[in-house]
Design a binder for this molecule. Sequence first.
Ligand SMILES: NC(=O)c1ccc[n+]([C@@H]2O[C@H](COP(=O)([O-])OP(=O)(O)OC[C@H]3O[C@@H](n4cnc5c(N)ncnc54)[C@H](OP(=O)(O)O)[C@@H]3O)[C@@H](O)[C@H]2O)c1
Length: 302
Amino acid sequence: MIEGARILITGATGRVAFPIARELAAHGNDVIGVARFSDEAARARLESVGVTPLRFELGRDDERELPDADYVFHAGAALNIPPAEWEWQFEVNVQATGRLVRRYANTKGLVFCSTGSQYAYQGKRPLRENDPPGVHLGPYSVSKTSAEQLVQYLSREIGTPCTIIRVFSTYGPEGGSPVDRLERMLAGKEIALHPDKPNNYNPIFEDDYVALGIRALEVAAAPVVVANYAGSETVSAEDYLAYLGALAGMEPCIVYRDDAWWPLAADVTHMHEVLGRCAVPWRDGMRRTLEATHPELELLPG
Ligand SMILES: NC(=O)c1ccc[n+]([C@@H]2O[C@H](COP(=O)([O-])OP(=O)(O)OC[C@H]3O[C@@H](n4cnc5c(N)ncnc54)[C@H](OP(=O)(O)O)[C@@H]3O)[C@@H](O)[C@H]2O)c1
């Protein structure tokens, strides 16, 4: 565990970076949490866990004005914006990432959060780091592939030690795509899955994505380390929804649609070598997530 370091975290109010920032602050690090604070309450939330908030807009503000840091965890990104705004998405996800890698050439490690959705679909086969890119989520996926190439180039040119983590489904009290599906189930709504069933995923629970995210800072190198960032176990959405349904006493309503996202399962062989293994079994993670997000429910044995 990194201790006594100064760590700058972008996207610190988000579901991936917030628990990482909290954990690093709890270990005596000076943690600076960067975001636009589009939700002002998020500022107080960071302060309450010992993280210093810093307002900064990726894509608009000047990275040279950011404070020095021993490590940088770069999770801030333009997500869920209309395809017509792709130029802004590239400005934030690609160009601002490049400027951060240049700004922090002298850090011990910079982690760039890419995505498992930058892979082309390989059917049932789990996705491994040397698989080709594809377009899972439109311009967003393309922006992440582009940013990866820029990080690779700059790290080689100027020596910034970097780790690119390809984030698959994170989940836990902060949310995540399994939680989005859980919420639909609890609301009695249909859950659309891809016809290529079962829809295999490698969801990674909060305890594990915090531990492996911090490890990613420690192993950063030039040239760049690239690793999937996913749960060690593969589980289908059908199976985890059935389990959550059994705990909550309801039946998930799954529909198979051609326009549903293709499932994302990760090959975790390389991840285990460079970042380590996950510790939380998927059933424990799902149960803890349901308990944290819906304390009002009385859970059945499952
Ligand atoms: N969660 C997943 O399962 C998953 C899967 C694949 C990839 N990822 C990647 O992991 C990273 C974190 O994702 P997340 O799920 O934690 O996202 P999130 O919950 O939506 O958080 C995004 C963060 O970025 C900040 N942000 C957005 N635009 C910004 C801008 N222009 N300047 C500064 N800050 C900005 C947001 O705060 P403000 O709005 O206040 O600025 C927030 O702190 C992203 O790079 C994402 O692409 C996540």
